[in-house]
Design a protein around this ligand. Structure first.
Ligand SMILES: NC(=O)C1=CN([C@@H]2O[C@H](COP(=O)(O)OP(=O)(O)OC[C@H]3O[C@@H](n4cnc5c(N)ncnc54)[C@H](O)[C@@H]3O)[C@@H](O)[C@H]2O)C=CC1
Ligand SMILES: CC(C)CC(=O)C(=O)O
Ligand SMILES: [Mg+2]
Length: 357
């Protein structure tokens, strides 16, 4: 079996962490007798520099022709002065939309090996948690009408949150199905006490609940959810929420697992093709210094093996290799405790490769 993977290294630490994931995929492929052809395509800040546009058409085409897409991260201060439609982040939003990847799965689990890296109270960390956020990815505020205009008090700017019942329903089905396969508990997070779009969200989720009598659905307002996440993360199993709320809450969820450098994600639509990327950004503050934690991207590659390529054994092997490396006490800077030796990204990657063989 040979898989075609489109690779968007992106900007900042993107190339460093993607390189780690490619090495891991090649190694696990050899072990399980499949192989990869990686086709690098340009998107984000580097595409602006080279082609004058964040998302060249050819890049989208290569992604559409691939079995899946592996992405690092895009963006950085160099491009922050550009107008919204020319920013690197538009590439990410554009590719998600073009590939119709409306469901973003972001698992956040406190690995037993990393209890000490969890900033929460000891008894909360000891209790552990294992949740998965199902974030709507192609609608809501990031895709709503926006602009600038003259207002009553001079120039003003606006962004709008809009969801169709259909968009809510399809992400709801993803979440209910996932909840059915796990602990049969689904928490839908919204701001229905204020936002009309959240009230529609809630109506649709409750209508769907009728079709999933075995799944217990409850609602939670997003401000409370942000607080509950650090008070008692164990209460969450499957969570479903909008694009913007999911974006923000998963950065919070990542830090209670130890670091944003640990959390992977899968973006899926109706086909097997997915896009796999760490939840973090391009980390300009550590870019090019071999300091990044590659684990989020390596675990994203494991999600690709499982969800798009059907290679469950290989996926589990990669996840186990990461756990073994962490159990040995190997740490990049973001998860190191005072006094720990700090490994560069490349050394952490080698350790994972060795653990895989
Ligand atoms: N998926 C994507 O392409 C995303 C892109 N961005 C873009 O990235 C740029 C930087 O955004 P920030 O808000 O600084 O978020 P960020 O996630 O890039 O960084 C936040 C903090 O986490 C640290 N960090 C992130 N990933 C890490 C890793 N693998 N290992 C160790 N430490 C890590 C960074 O060093 C920084 O201190 C912006 O241009 C933003 O738009 C932000 C989020 C997602
Ligand atoms: C451009 C942003 C929407 C990227 C981001 O922060 C994310 O998807 O987590
Ligand atoms: Mg984000």
């Amino acid at each position: 079996m040979n898989y075609n993977i489109a690779v968007i290294e992106g900007d900042g630490i993107g190339p460093e962490v993607v390189n780690a994931a490619i090495e891991v995929l090649n190694t696990v492929g050899k072990k399980y007798k499949f192989s990869f052809v990686f086709k690098k395509v340009s998107a984000g800040g580097n595409a602006i520099d080279r082609f004058g546009t964040p998302l060249p058409k050819e890049s989208v085409q290569t992604c559409l022709e691939s079995n899946s897409v592996l992405l690092g991260a895009v963006g950085g201060p160099k491009w922050d002065i550009l107008p919204g439609h020319l920013r690197p982040e538009k590439a990410l939003l554009g590719i998600r939309k073009e590939l119709e990847l409306y469901a973003n799965l972001r698992p956040a689990r406190l690995l037993p090996e990393l209890k000490d890296a969890c900033p929460l109270r000891k008894e909360v960390a000891d209790a552990g948690f294992d949740m998965i956020v199902v974030r709507e990815l192609t609608g809501g505020m990031y895709f709503g009408e926006s602009g600038r205009r003259d207002g009553k008090y001079g120039p003003e700017a606006y962004d709008t949150e809009c969801y169709s019942a259909l968009e809510v329903e399809r992400i709801g089905v993803t979440a209910f199905e996932l909840a059915r396969s796990r602990g049969k508990k689904l928490i839908s997070i919204d701001k229905a006490n204020v936002l009309e779009s959240s009230r529609l969200w809630r109506e649709v989720m409750h209508r769907l609940a009728g079709k999933y009598p075995d799944v217990e659905l409850s609602d939670m307002l997003v401000d409370n959810a942000a607080m509950q996440l650090v008070k008692n993360p164990k209460q969450f199993d499957v969570v479903v929420t909008s694009n913007i709320f999911g974006d923000i809450l998963t950065d919070e969820a990542s830090q209670i697992t130890g670091s944003i450098g640990l959390l992977p994600s899968a973006s899926l639509g109706e086909t097997k093709r997915g896009m796999y990327e760490p939840i973090h950004g391009s980390a300009p503050d550590i870019a090019g210094q071999d300091k990044a934690n590659p684990i989020a991207t390596v675990l994203s590659a494991a999600m690709m093996l499982r969800l798009s390529l059907g290679q469950e054994d290989a996926a589990r092997d990669v996840e186990d290799a990461v756990s073994r490396v962490l159990a040995k006490g190997l740490r990049t800077a973001d998860i190191a405790a005072p006094g720990d030796d700090i490994l560069p990204c490349s050394t952490m990657t080698k350790a994972i490769l060795n653990a895989l063989k």
